[in-house]
Design a binder for this molecule. Structure first.
Ligand code: MN
Length: 210
């Protein structure tokens, strides 16, 4: 069974004015679709067909550059769409487990937001910023280059990503041009904390989300 491009869970214009419809349409329909198709081409006829994407990424150093780039691109964008919502923004409420964990590991939501925003702003060139949880339930923030992510054995920072921000120029250039910090600020207006807390709760259950 080949990997499938997931449907966007909202319309292209649902995240406006924070992320514009044209960017969403190209990002999902061209970029994510391209990673998905190229991943399927890269694994066709190999033992990787039928494996969970998380298991492929965990041993990605054994496979081709095409599997690394396109497997990462497939996973990262699938996660990205799922943790945004037109009803998102603000801060996690105290009822959400992620609220307690962020306060415990960063001191406050503001501290977390500052650290995450800095990771996103300072990633040189193309890449992603992440909030991850490790096997000891500890949260951390980091960034990775290109389409790498913290599930990969080649990554400098390891963990299960529960929030990710695409800082490739294709994610923001039409609306924000070179103003990456404005895009990072806008992202926090659409983060779906219900989805993030669900990923946090599920992170160490071994469930495949894609
Ligand atoms: Mn992208």
């Amino acid at each position: 069974m080949a990997f499938q491009l997931p449907e966007l869970p909202y319309s292209f214009d649902a995240l406006e004015p924070h992320i514009d419809a044209r960017t969403m349409e190209i990002h999902h329909g061209k970029h994510h679709n391209g990673y998905t198709n190229k991943l399927n081409a890269a694994i066709a006829g190999t033992d990787l067909e039928g494996m969970k994407i998380e298991d492929i990424l965990a041993n990605v150093s054994k496979y081709s550059g095409g599997v690394r780039n396109n497997g990462g691109g497939f996973y990262n964008h699938s996660l990205f769409w799922s943790i945004m919502s037109p009803d998102g923004g603000g801060e996690p409420t105290e009822r959400m487990n992620i609220h307690k964990a962020i306060t415990r590991d960063f001191g406050s939501f503001e501290n977390f937001k500052d650290e995450f925003s800095k990771a996103a702003a300072t990633r040189f060139g193309s890449g992603w910023a992440w909030l991850c949880v490790d096997g000891n339930d500890k949260l951390s923030v980091c960034s990775t280059p290109n389409q790498d992510n913290p599930l990969m054995d080649v990554a400098d920072c390891k963990g299960t990503p529960i929030l990710g921000l695409d800082v490739w120029e294709h994610a923001y250039y039409l609306n924000y041009q070179n103003r990456r910090p404005d895009y990072i600020n806008a992202f926090f207006n659409v983060v779906d904390w219900h989805a993030v807390t669900k990923r946090y709760n599920d992170a160490n259950e071994g469930a495949s989300n894609f």
